[in-house]
Every structure is written in structure tokens, then in C-alpha cells.
Design a protein around this ligand. Structure first.
Ligand code: SF4
Length: 330
């Protein structure tokens, strides 16, 4: 554990309250209590990050599984997960990995680059639970990774205040950010979060690193044509080259709507492609929405079957057919 960054003491009748300033919840926490994320505790007026160095999941994954399709396609990355989350999504697809009382091992930040190298990984993906509430550990281990020539990748809900985000971004190479709906009411009702901070994170992160966005399509909840049009327009206004992953929903946790019909996925794919250059389908075997094509000459850049990746006309960040510069890092 470690004293948290980004909090302040609140003067009130000597009761040692603190306000955490890491994420937009800005929890006011009394002595001995935890914030909403369950991993930041007020100890006698000091905010402590209990989860510092606590690694609950570790696994080598294809980078495509994050999903990141435009960052070193075909590579493998060591994926680390901590504990806790600052959202409470009723349809969470990772619920068993999020609880703050699952088993963990203590891993100091200086051990992380060694772990990556031992596994022949290109770097570390901070994923599974919400990595932004692992903030102090991310900063420290991420800096060590950079010193060792390794990449840092985040798979995140994007719910963080701008000041800590700006401090973190210089060491982050790529992010997959979940955008769950274009309606604030959805975030409030289903995730106990808010939409605008997530939108701001996508905009700011896009200026600093490679950003891909995942949108989980839930039938009857966020799957209307208007929803997909609003999503596509929002991303297009930031950067039409942002890869969008439309992910098929399956029932999880307290959500029991049936899985998203393949026709809905196909329709959403068609709508989004009218605005965006790279739209992919996830969690569904299809003959569309897996490969990357050059937006200029339509050459096949990367072919994907499941997590098997074959590079064709992609040469690092260029189309080898027409030489167009592309939004890839390879
Ligand atoms: S990081 Fe945790 S404690 Fe801090 S504001 Fe967010 S939910 Fe609250």
C-alpha cells in the first residue's frame, strides 16, 4: 500500500475527512472508511491506496484480445489485473475479477519489467479490473517499464479526472477505452457513473497515445440506430481513424437480456462504417468486421481469424500498396 496521490483534507470539526480527487466520483471519505472503488481508505486523515502492488490476475494474451487491433498487431502482451472498480455495471463481463476481496500477490513495481521480459512480452497491459484506480502503481511500474524499453497499455472505463490523467498519459502507449452509451442516464442507471468524463478522456487520450474504443451492444438498451449514429459521429469528430470495436453482449451479473442478435451487430457495423475508417466486431464469429483494410485503396492490411493474425499490406504505419500513412503502431 502507498499514500494516494490526488486527494485533499477537508476541514470539518476535527473528524479527519478527505476528498479523493482521482476520479469524478470525488468521494468524501471519513476516517476508517473506503471510497466507492473499495481500494482507497482514509487512515487518520491520510488517503491510502490499499491496492498498490496487489496483482490479482496475470496472463499472456494476444494484443488483439484487449482488444487492440492497431498496436503491434500479432504480438503477445503480459496482462496484469488488480482489484476493485469505480463503476458498478449491472452487465459487467468481468465481475469475478473485479471484487476487492479476491486473492492477490504483492508485486513491487520494480519487478514488473522483469516479469514482462521473462514472458517475452512487448510490455504490460493493465486490464481485467479497472486499472485507473491502480493509479499510483500504474505510474511507478509504468515508468519502470518505459525505462526498460517496454510498452504500457490500458484497458479502461476512462472514468478519471483530467489532472491525474494528464500526469499519466506520457507513459501510456495505447488504450482501449469503453464507451458504454451516448446517454448520461445510462451511465447513471446501469454503471453508477457519468458519461462526460469518459468522453473527455477519449478526446485527451487521442492526442497522446493510440486510442481504440469498445462499445458493448446490449439489445433494447443501447442498440438503436440513433445510438450508433451518435457514437460514430462523436468519434468521427475527434478522429475518424479511431478503431471502434462493436462488442456482442452476453448475459452477465444481474443483466439477463438475451445475447445481441447477429443482425443487430451487422446493422451497427454498417452504420458506424459510414463515419469511421476502422470498425470491428467482437464476441461473434462473422465473415466481416475482423480484418483491417486501407481506407485509401482498400488493400487488406491485417487478416484476423479469432486471435490468429496475418499481416498483409501493412508496413509499420503505412499501406505498402498506396503508401498512405495509417493509424497503426507496428
Ligand atoms: S478513485 Fe475511488 S475513492 Fe477516489 S474518487 Fe474514485 S471511487 Fe472514490
Amino acid at each position: 500500500m502507498k499514500e494516494a496521490l490526488f486527494y485533499k483534507n477537508i476541514e470539518s470539526n476535527n473528524d479527519l475527512k478527505v476528498k479523493c480527487l482521482l476520479c469524478p466520483h470525488e468521494c468524501t471519505i471519513t476516517d476508517g472508511k473506503l471510497g466507492i472503488c473499495g481500494v482507497r481508505e482514509n487512515r487518520s486523515g491520510k488517503l491510502i491506496a490499499l491496492n498498490y502492488g496487489r496483482v490479482a490476475s496475470m496472463q499472456m494474451d494476444p494484443i488483439e484480445k484487449k482488444p487492440l487491433y492497431h498496436f503491434h498487431p500479432g504480438s503477445q502482451i503480459l496482462s496484469l489485473g488488480g482489484v476493485g472498480c469505480n463503476f458498478a455495471c449491472a452487465f459487467c463481463q468481468n465481475w469475478s475479477l473485479v471484487s476487492s476481496d479476491i486473492p492477490y500477490s504483492e508485486t513491487p513495481p520494480e519487478d514488473v519489467p522483469q516479469l514482462a521480459k521473462k514472458h517475452n512480452s512487448i510490455g504490460i497491459a493493465y486490464t481485467y479490473n479497472e486499472p485507473l484506480i491502480w493509479y499510483e502503481f500504474l505510474l511507478d511500474s509504468g515508468a519502470k517499464n518505459k525505462d526498460a524499453g517496454l510498452y504500457n497499455v490500458l484497458v479502461t472505463n476512462g472514468f478519471i479526472n483530467q489532472k491525474p490523467l494528464k500526469k499519466l498519459l506520457p507513459i501510456i502507449d495505447a488504450m482501449n477505452i469503453d464507451l458504454k452509451s451516448m446517454h448520461d442516464s445510462f451511465y447513471k442507471e446501469h454503471c453508477k457513473g457519468r458519461l462526460n468524463p469518459v468522453k473527455e478522456t477519449i478526446g485527451l487520450a487521442n492526442e497522446n497515445s493510440l486510442v481504440e474504443v469498445t462499445y458493448l451492444i446490449i439489445p433494447g438498451v443501447n442498440d438503436s440506430d440513433e445510438d450508433i449514429i451518435a457514437l460514430s459521429k462523436f468519434l468521427k469528430d475527434i478522429n475518424p481513424d479511431i478503431p471502434l470495436h462493436l462488442s456482442r453482449y452476453f448475459p452477465h451479473r444481474s443483466f439477463n437480456a438475451p445475447p445481441t442478435p447477429p443482425e443487430t451487430m451487422s446493422k451497427a457495423h454498417n452504420i458506424a462504417r459510414e463515419s469511421l475508417n476502422y470498425v470491428y466486431i467482437g464476441n461473434l464469429m462473422t465473415d466481416f468486421g475482423s480484418n483491417s483494410y486501407c481506407p485509401s485503396c482498400n488493400a487488406l492490411l491485417v487478416e484476423r481469424t479469432g486471435y490468429r493474425t496475418t499481416i498483409h499490406d501493412l508496413l509499420k504505419d503505412k499501406c505498402s500498396k498506396c503508401q498512405t500513412k495509417l493509424n497503426f503502431i507496428g
